[in-house]
Design a binder for this molecule. Structure first.
Ligand code: ARG
Length: 292
């Protein structure tokens, strides 16, 4: 059966919106340094398995009707598969990441170059440490911004100003959930799912106030990266191990689709980490170039 990303979402009544994503094939995937608690260079990794799992995710998104563009991988940057970290792109404006760790700083120039080469004209290099959609997630008009381990709080104002969106700043407190997208996912313009234990008490209060109907994930589902997910308004692509969370989503009228990215989890990444959403300006979308 082929699935298409059109129609009404039973959860929100909103239209399911086909997305445009940038991905980077894990041709050089390995774990040879550690910058988060999931990464242990002693544990063997298989580039071949990583590639096969990534391809399943890629093909699923295409099957769902999304447009996927590709970023060329770099042999010296094994974490480049996690394209979410490359930038935040809203209304045709690309705010290019500035990475916290030296092992990933080389990725910024590659993303800036990709945007220039593909017809995007409003490109800004972040001056504050800003790990792209790892820490900045758009929920309707609101930009949810994380800090605590990677992006600096000073990056919140920089993003708000350049992207012209209000920001809700959120503080992460558990090193296993070092990026916002490991603990929270946007389901549609109104709805999110998250794991409260990953946030400071003040941030938990802010989330409960702004999203009283949110889906709350168990610690078990959060620890298999069930929240590192993407939604088109109906289909929610998430780690297949997050079974209870899949049931909670079904109860809300969403259609969860489980995928296995266990190899990439050895680097602390999952579904959402592999995807950078490209949101063109409403009136004049940048021309599409050839895929890398
Ligand atoms: N090993 C990468 C890092 O620590 C994983 C990045 C995951 N990306 C994400 N969007 N959460 O930076």
């Amino acid at each position: 059966m082929s699935r298409t990303a059109t129609g009404q979402s039973p959860a929100s009544g909103g239209v399911v919106r086909p997305r445009r994503y940038l991905m980077c094939r894990p041709t050089h995937f390995t774990v040879n340094y550690s910058i988060n608690p999931w990464m242990d260079p002693v544990v063997p990794t298989s580039t071949e398995t990583g590639l096969a799992q990534w391809k399943q995710l890629h093909d699923l998104l295409v099957e769902l009707g999304h447009d996927v563009e590709l970023m060329p991988p770099d042999p010296g940057l094994p974490d480049m598969v996690f394209a979410a970290n490359g930038a935040v792109v809203v209304d045709g404006k690309a705010l290019v990441a500035r990475f916290r760790h030296a092992q990933r700083t080389g990725e910024s120039a590659a993303y800036a170059q990709w945007f220039r080469a593909h017809g995007w004209t409003e490109i800004q290099q972040a001056t504050r440490i800003n790990e792209g959609e790892g820490d900045f997630l758009l929920a309707g008009e609101l930009l949810l911004a994380g800090s605590g381990f990677r992006s600096e709080t000073a990056a919140w104002a920089e993003a708000a100003e350049f992207l012209g969106r209000p920001v809700l700043g959120l503080t992460l407190v558990d090193p296993c959930f070092y990026h916002l997208d490991t603990a929270l996912a946007v389901l549609d313009d109104e709805q999110i799912m998250y794991y409260p234990g990953a946030f400071s008490s003040q941030s938990r209060e802010a989330l409960a106030e702004r999203f009283p109907e949110a889906v709350l994930a168990s610690e078990q589902d959060a620890r298999v990266f069930g929240l590192n997910a993407v939604s088109d308004g109906r289909h929610v692509v998430l780690a297949q191990a997050a079974r209870r969370l899949a049931g909670q989503l079904r109860e809300r009228g969403f259609e969860p689709i489980g995928v296995d990215l266990s190899e990439l989890l050895k680097a602390g990444g999952g579904v959402k980490c592999c995807l950078l959403e490209l949101r063109p300006a409403e009136l004049s979308p940048p021309a599409r170039g050839a895929d890398g």
